[in-house]
Design a protein around this ligand. Structure first.
Ligand SMILES: Cc1cc2nc3c(=O)[nH]c(=O)nc-3n(C[C@H](O)[C@H](O)[C@H](O)COP(=O)(O)OP(=O)(O)OC[C@H]3O[C@@H](n4cnc5c(N)ncnc54)[C@H](O)[C@@H]3O)c2cc1C
Length: 405
Protein backbone atom coordinates (compact mmCIF):
# COMPACT_ATOMS: atom_id res chain seq x y z
CA UNK A 1 0.00 0.00 0.00
CA UNK A 2 1.50 3.34 -1.06
CA UNK A 3 0.44 6.84 -0.31
CA UNK A 4 2.71 9.65 -1.42
CA UNK A 5 0.15 12.35 -0.72
CA UNK A 6 0.86 14.74 2.12
CA UNK A 7 -1.83 14.90 4.78
CA UNK A 8 -3.75 18.16 5.05
CA UNK A 9 -1.65 19.14 8.05
CA UNK A 10 1.63 18.31 6.30
CA UNK A 11 0.50 20.20 3.18
CA UNK A 12 -0.40 23.26 5.24
CA UNK A 13 2.94 23.09 7.04
CA UNK A 14 4.70 22.98 3.67
CA UNK A 15 2.79 25.97 2.30
CA UNK A 16 3.43 28.05 5.39
CA UNK A 17 7.12 27.12 5.46
CA UNK A 18 7.50 27.86 1.76
CA UNK A 19 5.96 31.32 2.13
CA UNK A 20 8.27 32.07 5.06
CA UNK A 21 11.28 30.77 3.14
CA UNK A 22 10.41 32.83 0.05
CA UNK A 23 9.36 36.07 1.71
CA UNK A 24 11.63 36.26 4.74
CA UNK A 25 14.46 33.72 4.77
CA UNK A 26 15.75 33.89 1.17
CA UNK A 27 15.83 37.72 1.11
CA UNK A 28 18.23 37.78 4.08
CA UNK A 29 20.47 34.94 2.88
CA UNK A 30 23.09 36.85 0.87
CA UNK A 31 23.62 39.46 3.57
CA UNK A 32 23.90 36.68 6.19
CA UNK A 33 26.47 34.92 3.98
CA UNK A 34 28.48 38.15 3.65
CA UNK A 35 28.38 39.17 7.31
CA UNK A 36 28.20 35.75 8.94
CA UNK A 37 25.26 36.96 11.04
CA UNK A 38 21.50 36.57 11.14
CA UNK A 39 19.42 39.43 12.63
CA UNK A 40 18.33 38.70 16.20
CA UNK A 41 14.91 40.22 15.51
CA UNK A 42 14.27 37.48 12.94
CA UNK A 43 15.38 34.74 15.35
CA UNK A 44 13.16 36.16 18.09
CA UNK A 45 10.23 36.25 15.65
CA UNK A 46 10.75 32.59 14.73
CA UNK A 47 11.02 31.55 18.38
CA UNK A 48 7.74 33.39 19.10
CA UNK A 49 5.74 31.59 16.38
CA UNK A 50 2.98 29.32 17.73
CA UNK A 51 4.75 26.34 19.31
CA UNK A 52 8.08 27.92 18.29
CA UNK A 53 9.92 27.23 15.05
CA UNK A 54 13.09 25.84 16.49
CA UNK A 55 16.12 23.79 15.53
CA UNK A 56 15.23 20.41 17.02
CA UNK A 57 12.23 19.08 18.83
CA UNK A 58 11.42 20.58 22.23
CA UNK A 59 9.10 18.34 24.29
CA UNK A 60 5.55 19.55 24.80
CA UNK A 61 5.82 19.34 28.60
CA UNK A 62 8.28 22.23 28.60
CA UNK A 63 6.38 24.44 26.20
CA UNK A 64 7.74 23.16 22.90
CA UNK A 65 6.10 21.68 19.81
CA UNK A 66 6.60 18.29 21.46
CA UNK A 67 6.88 14.71 20.42
CA UNK A 68 3.79 12.57 20.74
CA UNK A 69 1.81 15.76 21.25
CA UNK A 70 -1.72 15.81 19.81
CA UNK A 71 -0.98 18.43 17.17
CA UNK A 72 1.87 16.39 15.72
CA UNK A 73 -0.23 13.25 15.23
CA UNK A 74 -1.93 12.35 11.97
CA UNK A 75 -5.63 11.52 11.46
CA UNK A 76 -4.98 7.92 12.49
CA UNK A 77 -3.39 9.07 15.73
CA UNK A 78 0.17 8.19 14.69
CA UNK A 79 3.00 10.54 15.52
CA UNK A 80 4.22 12.52 12.51
CA UNK A 81 6.87 14.68 14.15
CA UNK A 82 9.67 13.52 11.86
CA UNK A 83 7.55 13.57 8.70
CA UNK A 84 6.40 17.13 9.36
CA UNK A 85 9.97 18.15 10.19
CA UNK A 86 11.20 16.69 6.91
CA UNK A 87 8.53 18.48 4.86
CA UNK A 88 9.24 21.78 6.66
CA UNK A 89 12.99 21.18 6.38
CA UNK A 90 13.00 20.97 2.59
CA UNK A 91 11.10 24.25 2.24
CA UNK A 92 13.21 26.11 4.77
CA UNK A 93 16.39 24.77 3.15
CA UNK A 94 15.06 26.02 -0.17
CA UNK A 95 14.99 29.41 1.58
CA UNK A 96 18.45 29.17 3.19
CA UNK A 97 20.13 26.51 5.33
CA UNK A 98 22.71 28.62 7.19
CA UNK A 99 19.99 31.08 8.25
CA UNK A 100 17.96 28.14 9.55
CA UNK A 101 20.92 26.69 11.40
CA UNK A 102 20.78 29.85 13.50
CA UNK A 103 17.26 29.12 14.73
CA UNK A 104 17.19 28.85 18.51
CA UNK A 105 16.53 25.37 19.91
CA UNK A 106 18.33 22.28 21.20
CA UNK A 107 19.64 21.38 17.72
CA UNK A 108 21.67 18.19 17.60
CA UNK A 109 21.98 18.33 21.40
CA UNK A 110 18.28 17.46 21.74
CA UNK A 111 18.23 13.77 20.71
CA UNK A 112 20.87 12.51 23.20
CA UNK A 113 19.06 14.29 26.04
CA UNK A 114 15.75 12.79 24.89
CA UNK A 115 17.13 9.28 24.34
CA UNK A 116 19.57 8.99 27.23
CA UNK A 117 18.58 11.66 29.77
CA UNK A 118 16.60 10.97 32.92
CA UNK A 119 13.21 12.62 33.39
CA UNK A 120 14.80 15.22 35.64
CA UNK A 121 17.52 15.97 33.06
CA UNK A 122 14.93 16.26 30.27
CA UNK A 123 12.95 18.74 32.34
CA UNK A 124 16.01 20.73 33.35
CA UNK A 125 17.76 20.97 29.98
CA UNK A 126 14.73 21.36 27.72
CA UNK A 127 13.21 23.71 30.30
CA UNK A 128 15.78 26.29 29.20
CA UNK A 129 13.92 26.70 25.89
CA UNK A 130 10.71 27.68 27.67
CA UNK A 131 12.50 30.65 29.27
CA UNK A 132 12.23 34.09 27.66
CA UNK A 133 15.02 34.98 25.23
CA UNK A 134 16.94 33.03 22.62
CA UNK A 135 18.43 29.70 23.63
CA UNK A 136 20.52 27.10 21.85
CA UNK A 137 21.82 23.61 22.53
CA UNK A 138 24.80 21.98 20.79
CA UNK A 139 26.41 18.59 20.27
CA UNK A 140 30.16 18.12 20.65
CA UNK A 141 31.60 14.84 19.47
CA UNK A 142 34.21 15.79 16.83
CA UNK A 143 37.80 16.44 17.89
CA UNK A 144 40.92 17.45 15.98
CA UNK A 145 42.01 13.77 15.94
CA UNK A 146 38.59 12.09 15.84
CA UNK A 147 35.98 12.96 13.22
CA UNK A 148 34.88 9.88 11.32
CA UNK A 149 36.61 7.69 13.90
CA UNK A 150 34.29 8.66 16.73
CA UNK A 151 35.45 5.74 18.87
CA UNK A 152 38.87 7.42 19.03
CA UNK A 153 37.87 10.56 20.98
CA UNK A 154 40.58 11.74 23.36
CA UNK A 155 38.64 14.16 25.60
CA UNK A 156 38.86 12.53 29.02
CA UNK A 157 36.52 12.48 31.98
CA UNK A 158 37.32 11.32 35.48
CA UNK A 159 35.10 11.17 38.52
CA UNK A 160 36.08 13.40 41.43
CA UNK A 161 33.64 13.28 44.38
CA UNK A 162 30.37 14.93 43.26
CA UNK A 163 31.67 15.98 39.83
CA UNK A 164 33.37 14.78 36.67
CA UNK A 165 36.49 16.53 35.42
CA UNK A 166 36.73 16.99 31.64
CA UNK A 167 39.90 17.71 29.69
CA UNK A 168 40.18 18.06 25.92
CA UNK A 169 39.10 19.95 22.81
CA UNK A 170 36.16 19.72 20.45
CA UNK A 171 36.10 21.28 17.00
CA UNK A 172 33.58 22.26 14.31
CA UNK A 173 30.71 22.48 16.80
CA UNK A 174 27.58 24.09 15.35
CA UNK A 175 26.27 26.88 17.60
CA UNK A 176 28.92 25.81 20.13
CA UNK A 177 29.87 29.33 21.23
CA UNK A 178 26.34 30.63 21.76
CA UNK A 179 24.81 27.46 23.25
CA UNK A 180 23.28 27.50 26.72
CA UNK A 181 24.46 23.90 27.04
CA UNK A 182 26.46 21.43 25.02
CA UNK A 183 26.26 17.63 25.01
CA UNK A 184 29.93 16.65 25.26
CA UNK A 185 31.32 13.18 24.61
CA UNK A 186 34.32 12.13 26.67
CA UNK A 187 36.05 8.87 27.54
CA UNK A 188 36.88 7.26 30.87
CA UNK A 189 39.49 5.10 29.15
CA UNK A 190 40.52 5.29 25.50
CA UNK A 191 41.48 1.60 25.51
CA UNK A 192 37.79 0.73 25.98
CA UNK A 193 36.80 2.40 22.71
CA UNK A 194 33.09 3.10 22.49
CA UNK A 195 32.35 1.38 25.82
CA UNK A 196 34.40 4.06 27.56
CA UNK A 197 32.29 6.96 26.23
CA UNK A 198 30.20 9.16 28.52
CA UNK A 199 27.84 12.00 27.59
CA UNK A 200 27.71 15.16 29.68
CA UNK A 201 25.63 18.28 29.45
CA UNK A 202 28.08 21.12 30.01
CA UNK A 203 26.40 24.42 30.73
CA UNK A 204 27.75 27.76 29.54
CA UNK A 205 29.72 29.44 32.31
CA UNK A 206 30.97 26.17 33.84
CA UNK A 207 34.51 26.91 35.11
CA UNK A 208 37.12 25.35 32.81
CA UNK A 209 34.83 25.50 29.74
CA UNK A 210 35.78 28.08 27.11
CA UNK A 211 35.30 28.82 23.44
CA UNK A 212 38.30 28.71 21.09
CA UNK A 213 38.31 29.88 17.48
CA UNK A 214 35.24 30.37 15.30
CA UNK A 215 35.76 28.78 11.87
CA UNK A 216 35.89 30.90 8.72
CA UNK A 217 34.31 28.49 6.24
CA UNK A 218 33.80 28.19 2.48
CA UNK A 219 30.06 27.53 2.86
CA UNK A 220 27.35 27.79 5.53
CA UNK A 221 29.16 30.99 6.40
CA UNK A 222 26.27 32.40 8.44
CA UNK A 223 26.25 29.35 10.70
CA UNK A 224 28.52 29.49 13.73
CA UNK A 225 31.07 26.65 13.94
CA UNK A 226 33.17 26.77 17.11
CA UNK A 227 36.07 25.14 18.84
CA UNK A 228 35.39 24.27 22.50
CA UNK A 229 38.03 23.82 25.17
CA UNK A 230 37.71 21.85 28.42
CA UNK A 231 40.49 22.50 30.88
CA UNK A 232 39.97 20.71 34.19
CA UNK A 233 36.30 21.50 33.66
CA UNK A 234 34.22 20.32 36.64
CA UNK A 235 30.80 19.13 35.55
CA UNK A 236 28.27 18.19 38.27
CA UNK A 237 27.55 14.42 38.42
CA UNK A 238 23.89 15.29 37.88
CA UNK A 239 24.84 16.31 34.30
CA UNK A 240 26.08 12.85 33.27
CA UNK A 241 23.30 11.90 30.83
CA UNK A 242 21.27 8.95 32.08
CA UNK A 243 23.37 8.56 35.25
CA UNK A 244 26.18 6.02 35.70
CA UNK A 245 23.92 2.98 35.25
CA UNK A 246 23.20 4.09 31.69
CA UNK A 247 26.76 3.15 30.69
CA UNK A 248 26.76 -0.40 32.01
CA UNK A 249 26.33 -1.69 28.42
CA UNK A 250 27.06 -0.02 25.07
CA UNK A 251 24.53 2.70 25.68
CA UNK A 252 26.93 5.64 25.67
CA UNK A 253 27.89 5.06 22.06
CA UNK A 254 24.40 4.04 21.00
CA UNK A 255 23.13 7.35 22.40
CA UNK A 256 25.47 9.19 20.05
CA UNK A 257 24.46 7.10 17.08
CA UNK A 258 20.70 7.34 17.68
CA UNK A 259 21.02 11.08 17.24
CA UNK A 260 22.09 10.41 13.67
CA UNK A 261 19.09 8.18 12.95
CA UNK A 262 16.87 11.24 13.24
CA UNK A 263 19.29 13.92 12.07
CA UNK A 264 20.69 12.27 8.92
CA UNK A 265 17.36 12.20 7.02
CA UNK A 266 17.02 15.87 7.97
CA UNK A 267 20.49 16.69 6.65
CA UNK A 268 19.61 14.79 3.47
CA UNK A 269 16.41 16.77 2.93
CA UNK A 270 18.27 20.06 3.52
CA UNK A 271 20.60 19.09 0.66
CA UNK A 272 17.55 18.31 -1.51
CA UNK A 273 16.01 21.70 -0.67
CA UNK A 274 19.16 23.61 -1.61
CA UNK A 275 19.69 21.67 -4.85
CA UNK A 276 16.03 22.11 -5.78
CA UNK A 277 16.48 25.87 -5.43
CA UNK A 278 19.51 25.74 -7.76
CA UNK A 279 17.66 23.49 -10.21
CA UNK A 280 14.65 25.83 -10.31
CA UNK A 281 16.92 28.82 -10.91
CA UNK A 282 18.74 27.10 -13.80
CA UNK A 283 15.50 25.85 -15.35
CA UNK A 284 13.98 29.34 -15.25
CA UNK A 285 17.21 30.71 -16.72
CA UNK A 286 17.05 28.33 -19.70
CA UNK A 287 13.35 29.06 -20.25
CA UNK A 288 14.03 32.79 -20.24
CA UNK A 289 16.82 32.30 -22.80
CA UNK A 290 14.46 30.45 -25.10
CA UNK A 291 11.78 33.16 -25.01
CA UNK A 292 9.33 30.65 -26.49
CA UNK A 293 11.63 29.84 -29.43
CA UNK A 294 12.80 26.35 -30.47
CA UNK A 295 15.60 24.96 -28.29
CA UNK A 296 19.06 24.68 -29.83
CA UNK A 297 21.06 21.44 -29.57
CA UNK A 298 23.00 23.07 -26.72
CA UNK A 299 19.87 24.05 -24.78
CA UNK A 300 18.31 20.64 -25.27
CA UNK A 301 21.42 18.93 -23.97
CA UNK A 302 21.52 21.19 -20.88
CA UNK A 303 17.81 20.59 -20.30
CA UNK A 304 18.40 16.83 -20.46
CA UNK A 305 20.98 17.03 -17.70
CA UNK A 306 18.53 19.08 -15.60
CA UNK A 307 15.80 16.51 -16.27
CA UNK A 308 18.09 13.73 -14.99
CA UNK A 309 18.83 15.88 -11.94
CA UNK A 310 15.11 16.25 -11.19
CA UNK A 311 14.72 12.45 -11.08
CA UNK A 312 17.69 12.15 -8.73
CA UNK A 313 16.32 14.80 -6.39
CA UNK A 314 12.91 13.10 -6.38
CA UNK A 315 14.58 9.78 -5.47
CA UNK A 316 16.63 11.45 -2.72
CA UNK A 317 13.49 13.06 -1.28
CA UNK A 318 11.74 9.67 -1.12
CA UNK A 319 14.69 8.12 0.74
CA UNK A 320 14.52 10.95 3.29
CA UNK A 321 10.75 10.61 3.64
CA UNK A 322 11.05 6.87 4.20
CA UNK A 323 13.73 7.24 6.89
CA UNK A 324 11.61 9.91 8.63
CA UNK A 325 8.50 7.75 8.42
CA UNK A 326 10.42 4.87 10.03
CA UNK A 327 11.54 7.18 12.84
CA UNK A 328 7.89 8.17 13.43
CA UNK A 329 6.89 4.51 13.46
CA UNK A 330 9.63 3.69 15.97
CA UNK A 331 11.28 1.30 13.48
CA UNK A 332 15.07 0.86 13.47
CA UNK A 333 16.20 3.09 10.60
CA UNK A 334 19.99 3.44 10.88
CA UNK A 335 20.63 2.01 7.41
CA UNK A 336 17.84 4.01 5.78
CA UNK A 337 19.01 7.21 7.51
CA UNK A 338 22.56 6.65 6.19
CA UNK A 339 21.31 5.83 2.69
CA UNK A 340 19.15 8.96 2.61
CA UNK A 341 21.95 11.23 3.78
CA UNK A 342 24.69 9.72 1.61
CA UNK A 343 22.59 9.68 -1.55
CA UNK A 344 20.99 13.08 -1.06
CA UNK A 345 24.31 14.84 -0.36
CA UNK A 346 25.93 13.33 -3.43
CA UNK A 347 23.13 13.99 -5.92
CA UNK A 348 22.47 17.46 -4.53
CA UNK A 349 26.06 18.49 -5.23
CA UNK A 350 25.82 17.03 -8.75
CA UNK A 351 22.51 18.77 -9.46
CA UNK A 352 23.83 22.09 -8.19
CA UNK A 353 26.98 21.71 -10.31
CA UNK A 354 24.88 20.93 -13.42
CA UNK A 355 22.59 23.87 -12.67
CA UNK A 356 25.61 26.16 -12.52
CA UNK A 357 26.94 24.70 -15.74
CA UNK A 358 23.63 25.29 -17.50
CA UNK A 359 23.84 28.98 -16.63
CA UNK A 360 27.44 29.48 -17.74
CA UNK A 361 29.16 32.49 -16.18
CA UNK A 362 25.78 33.75 -14.89
CA UNK A 363 25.88 30.81 -12.47
CA UNK A 364 28.75 32.53 -10.69
CA UNK A 365 26.90 35.79 -10.11
CA UNK A 366 26.26 36.22 -6.39
CA UNK A 367 22.85 37.78 -6.89
CA UNK A 368 21.61 34.55 -8.51
CA UNK A 369 22.52 32.51 -5.39
CA UNK A 370 23.71 29.39 -7.25
CA UNK A 371 27.40 29.91 -6.42
CA UNK A 372 26.44 30.25 -2.74
CA UNK A 373 24.37 27.07 -2.82
CA UNK A 374 27.30 25.30 -4.45
CA UNK A 375 29.55 26.41 -1.56
CA UNK A 376 26.90 25.54 1.05
CA UNK A 377 26.32 22.05 -0.33
CA UNK A 378 29.91 20.83 -0.03
CA UNK A 379 29.63 20.31 3.70
CA UNK A 380 26.66 17.97 3.37
CA UNK A 381 28.99 15.20 2.29
CA UNK A 382 31.19 15.89 5.33
CA UNK A 383 29.18 16.55 8.49
CA UNK A 384 27.02 14.00 10.31
CA UNK A 385 29.34 11.34 8.90
CA UNK A 386 31.03 11.71 5.51
CA UNK A 387 29.61 10.01 2.42
CA UNK A 388 32.39 7.44 2.52
CA UNK A 389 31.61 6.60 6.14
CA UNK A 390 27.88 6.23 5.38
CA UNK A 391 28.69 3.85 2.55
CA UNK A 392 30.97 1.82 4.85
CA UNK A 393 28.18 1.64 7.47
CA UNK A 394 25.67 0.48 4.85
CA UNK A 395 28.08 -2.07 3.35
CA UNK A 396 28.92 -3.52 6.78
CA UNK A 397 25.24 -4.03 7.50
CA UNK A 398 24.67 -5.68 4.15
CA UNK A 399 27.44 -8.17 4.86
CA UNK A 400 26.09 -8.88 8.35
CA UNK A 401 22.40 -9.28 7.71
CA UNK A 402 20.23 -10.04 4.66
CA UNK A 403 18.97 -6.86 2.97
CA UNK A 404 15.36 -5.89 3.60
CA UNK A 405 13.73 -4.58 0.45
C1 LIG B 1 30.03 23.09 9.11
C2 LIG B 1 30.30 21.93 10.01
C3 LIG B 1 29.51 21.73 11.13
C4 LIG B 1 29.78 20.66 11.99
N1 LIG B 1 29.02 20.52 13.13
C5 LIG B 1 29.37 19.57 14.05
C6 LIG B 1 28.70 19.50 15.30
O1 LIG B 1 27.77 20.28 15.60
N2 LIG B 1 29.11 18.57 16.20
C7 LIG B 1 30.13 17.69 15.93
O2 LIG B 1 30.45 16.87 16.79
N3 LIG B 1 30.79 17.73 14.74
C8 LIG B 1 30.43 18.65 13.79
N4 LIG B 1 31.11 18.74 12.59
C9 LIG B 1 32.22 17.82 12.34
C10 LIG B 1 31.90 16.74 11.32
O3 LIG B 1 30.97 15.84 11.84
C11 LIG B 1 33.23 16.08 10.91
O4 LIG B 1 33.93 17.03 10.13
C12 LIG B 1 33.03 14.81 10.13
O5 LIG B 1 32.57 13.78 10.98
C13 LIG B 1 34.31 14.32 9.43
O6 LIG B 1 35.38 14.27 10.32
P1 LIG B 1 36.78 14.96 9.95
O7 LIG B 1 36.50 16.34 9.48
O8 LIG B 1 37.68 14.78 11.10
O9 LIG B 1 37.31 14.13 8.71
P2 LIG B 1 38.10 12.73 8.75
O10 LIG B 1 37.37 11.78 9.61
O11 LIG B 1 39.52 13.00 9.07
O12 LIG B 1 37.96 12.28 7.25
C14 LIG B 1 38.79 12.79 6.20
C15 LIG B 1 38.49 11.99 4.94
O13 LIG B 1 38.83 10.60 5.18
C16 LIG B 1 37.73 9.78 4.87
N5 LIG B 1 37.73 8.61 5.77
C17 LIG B 1 37.81 8.62 7.12
N6 LIG B 1 37.81 7.36 7.60
C18 LIG B 1 37.70 6.54 6.52
C19 LIG B 1 37.63 5.13 6.34
N7 LIG B 1 37.66 4.30 7.39
N8 LIG B 1 37.53 4.64 5.07
C20 LIG B 1 37.51 5.46 3.99
N9 LIG B 1 37.57 6.81 4.11
C21 LIG B 1 37.66 7.35 5.35
C22 LIG B 1 36.50 10.66 5.10
O14 LIG B 1 35.38 10.18 4.37
C23 LIG B 1 37.01 12.00 4.57
O15 LIG B 1 36.88 12.03 3.19
C24 LIG B 1 30.84 19.76 11.69
C25 LIG B 1 31.61 19.95 10.55
C26 LIG B 1 31.36 21.01 9.70
C27 LIG B 1 32.23 21.18 8.50
Amino acid sequence: MFDFELTRQQGQARETAHALARDVVRPMALEADRTGRVPEAFLARMAALRGGLSAGVVPKEVGGQGEGAGELRDARGRTQTHRISIVLGEEMAWGDVPVMMNLPGPGLGGPPVRFAGTEEQNRRFFGVFAQPGLHWGAYALTEPGAGSDVAGIATTCRKDRDAWVLDGRKCFITNGARADWVVVFATVDRAQGRAGHRMFVVERGTPGFSVGKIEDKMGLRASETAELVFDACRVPSANLLGGEEHYAGKEGFLGAMRTFDVSRPMVGIFAVGIARAAWETATAFLRAELRGGAPSVRTRSLAESLAAGKARLDAARLLCWKAAWMADEGLPNAREASEAKAYAARVAMAVCRDSMLAMGAAGLEQSRFVEKWYRDLKVFDIFEGTGQIQRIVIAKRLLREPPVW
